[in-house]
Design a binder for this molecule. Structure first.
Ligand code: IVH
Length: 666
């Protein structure tokens, strides 16, 4: 009997090794040597032997991957080494800050390892005497849940560590679902009448929380190892860790790379930002780690995050969140548009709480109700928009979105033009419209009046100090000081800003008037032809129509504008204030920057971005937002961003403020 038992033990050990190897070949290298039937046969043999000799069953046996008795609750484990999380960054500038902080301390040129940031749940695997004994979640970083049984079901996680590894070893990594398994699981859930999971990460987190590991075993989770702790390991670098993990048969993500500088890192980010959609799993960014481990301890950590690593998050153009309520906003033209109030959600690196809901027709077409889960998206516009609602996630307590019939600001009847999709407030004196018109006039792209932000406009309109932009020029300091929250300094600042605006370029003034169809582009063209308000007003219709880009529609709109009573009052106030707009386009400026392309970065002492742009444009130059080979000059003020570095890389000429002024006055 005992020899029988001994031979059974030998056979069991052989079978376990063999099955482990085939698990590795199948689940880690994706290069199996045997068929599924052959594998099943090996497993059956092992199950039978363990059945016959139940005392030989051990947690390290592949038969244990199918899960065991459900738990009442998870026990807690204290992480011997805390599981920190990483600080996030969302753009290259923040990455340069990270690099700079390291360089302040680090001797020499830091080398970084870039790894894909797998969108899953982190886990710690403890091997004692080379056998997987404990698996835990991160928890709060110090104490996590013991989920050994659940982690054992993950076929790519080795149940034992090789002999050449330290007997006591901790391996850390990410548990995740592949897109395929995630989709399959959600389809099944829908068939079963269960709520589908939002994304693979939620699905992984939800699965690891299940107390019945047999249920977990039915959901094929995956794992990538990225860290390792153990006495006697003496790892010198993160790249060595990843190589060692791989040779110890842990699944590692193959797409990591050693980068010798930030330009290599940037190339890696660019590549995976584009290629991530081709991957069989989801990645939400890149983890950048200082390769040299000897510095990890020296650099240390803040309360939560290590200083030697950072997570660069890819921008998500889309996000899902709840629609809480809808506000109706009255714009400067009286158009009443719906704005969605959302449960705050991260999108392209900013927290989004509001999004546009387009218009009434679109709401009806989409069928959205308040309380719905909605997909939001940020495109080229600054304000994100609501794309659709998720029908399969509609909660029970949604409510229809109600369309207003009266202006939410002034109570007057709303009118809807047959041809239009919007309802408009028809009251020219509606405070929301007045505010909107003045805000537009003062905005950066128009008159760029310093000190006159949205809140201030609201305050001066509410106080009845101004009714139109023309009234700005007769505001007194004491009127502003009487407003709550306005100190003497800000009043002075505002008066100064208004005064300065009198000499702004005519194209800005024209655009600021808010004439329908006259954007800044058209305004520039018109301002080049007609030097001031008078000449434009008196321009014969046929002549105006002949101006490039200005056809019958724009001409009609301009004529209507000047004929409308409230605008006549506005124009006369502006003229009285001496506002005719600066028109040195042709006279003063030589066109010596004609055809030259500029990019502005950092802050200039004597110019705002807008005024620097104006100075370039009146001399014939152009301003663009990103540096390329076509860029002629980068104007770098204080604290320039990554554009400066890009210019350096592309050998584009960089001018400081002094040399910029020299160039302007040539
Ligand atoms: S390193 C202190 N590497 O991202 C170092 N994390 O906060 C901690 N993650 O909690 C983690 N892929 O869940 C690291 N290749 C990777 C990763 C990765 C995904 C997750 C992990 C961590 C979070 C960062």
């Amino acid at each position: 009997m005992s020899s029988n038992r001994e031979s059974a033990l030998r056979q069991i050990e052989r079978l376990r090794k063999e099955i482990d190897r085939h698990d590795y070949l199948y689940y880690v290298t994706a290069d199996p040597e045997i068929t599924d039937q052959q594998y099943d046969a090996l497993m059956r043999q092992l199950i039978e032997l363990e059945y016959e000799f139940p005392d030989l069953v051990s947690p390290g046996s592949p038969t244990q991957r199918v899960g065991g008795e459900p738990l009442g609750s998870f026990s807690q484990v204290t992480h011997a080494t805390p599981m920190l999380s990483l600080a996030n960054c969302y753009n290259i500038d923040e990455l340069y800050d990270f690099d700079r902080r390291i360089r302040e301390l680090y001797d020499g040129e830091p080398e970084y390892v870039c790894e894909l940031k797998i969108d899953g749940v982190s886990a710690a695997l403890t091997y004692r005497n080379h056998t997987l004994t404990t698996g835990a979640t991160r928890g709060d970083g110090r104490i996590g849940d013991e989920i050994t049984g659940n982690l054992r079901t993950i076929r790519s996680i080795p149940l034992s560590a090789p002999d050449d590894m330290p007997p006591d070893l901790e391996v850390r990594g990410e548990v995740y679902f592949t897109r395929r398994e995630f989709d399959a699981m959600n389809t099944q859930r829908e068939i079963d009448g269960l709520k589908p999971f939002m994304n693979p990460r939620n699905a992984a987190a939800g699965t690891l929380k299940i107390l019945d590991s047999r249920e977990v075993a039915k959901r094929p989770l995956s794992f990538f190892a990225y860290g390792m702790i153990g006495e006697g390991l003496n790892m010198k670098s993160q790249s060595e860790i990843l190589e060692t993990l791989k040779s110890a048969r842990f699944p590692t993500n193959p797409n990591w790379r050693v980068c010798s500088g930030l330009s290599d890192v940037e190339a890696y980010l660019d590549r995976w930002d584009a290629d991530r959609y081709e991957l069989p799993y989801e990645t939400d960014g890149v983890v950048i780690k200082l390769n040299d481990i000897s510095w990890w301890e020296r650099l240390g950590a803040t309360a939560k995050n290590p200083r030697w690593s950072i997570a660069y998050k890819f921008s998500t153009e889309k996000a899902l969140t709840r629609l809480l309520s809808v506000d109706w906003q009255v714009g400067r033209t009286g158009a009443v548009t719906p704005v969605a109030n959302l449960e705050p959600v991260l999108l392209l690196g900013t927290v989004v709480k509001r999004a546009t809901l387009h218009n009434e027709d679109e709401i009806e077409r989409l069928g959205i109700r308040t309380g719905d889960w909605v997909e939001i998206e940020k495109g080229g516009e600054i304000i994100p928009k609501v794309n659709r609602f998720l029908a399969d996630k509609r909660p029970e307590d949604t409510e229809p979105i109600e369309f207003p019939t009266r202006c939410p600001e002034c109570g007057s009847e709303l009118v809807r033009d047959e041809a239009e999709v919007v309802r408009r407030c028809s009251n020219w004196d509606c405070p929301a419209q007045i505010t909107g018109r003045i805000r537009h006039f003062a905005s950066r792209g128009a008159m760029d009046i310093e000190g006159l932000g949205g809140k201030t406009v609201e305050a001066i309109v509410a106080a009845g100090i101004v009714k139109d932009a023309g009234d700005l020029y007769s505001i007194t300091k004491s009127q502003i000081e009487s407003l709550p929250g306005m100190a003497e300094i800000s009043a002075e600042n505002l008066i100064g800003g208004i005064e300065d605006s009198k000499v702004k370029m005519f194209d800005r003034l024209l655009f600021g008037l808010g004439i329908r169809h006259v954007g800044i582009g058209v305004a520039r063209i018109i301002a080049a032809e007609y030097k001031d308000l008078d000449s434009l007003e008196q321009a014969p219709e046929e002549e105006l129509q002949q101006t490039p880009e200005v056809g019958a529609v724009i001409t009609e709109s301009i004529k209507q504008f000047f004929a409308f009573e409230p605008n006549i009052r506005l124009i006369s106030k502006l003229k009285e204030a001496g506002m005719i707009g600066r028109t040195e386009h042709d006279e003063r400026s030589s066109q010596h920057l004609k055809g030259k392309i500029f990019v502005l970065t950092g802050s200039l002492k004597n110019f705002s971005r807008e005024s620097a742009g104006d100075e370039i444009r009146i001399r014939g130059g152009r301003v663009t937002s990103s540096v390329s080979k076509k860029t002629d000059f980068v104007i770098a003020g204080a604290n320039p961003g990554s554009k400066y570095k890009k210019a350096d890389k592309l050998d584009v000429k960089v001018l400081d403020e002094k040399r910029f002024v020299d160039l302007l006055s040539k």
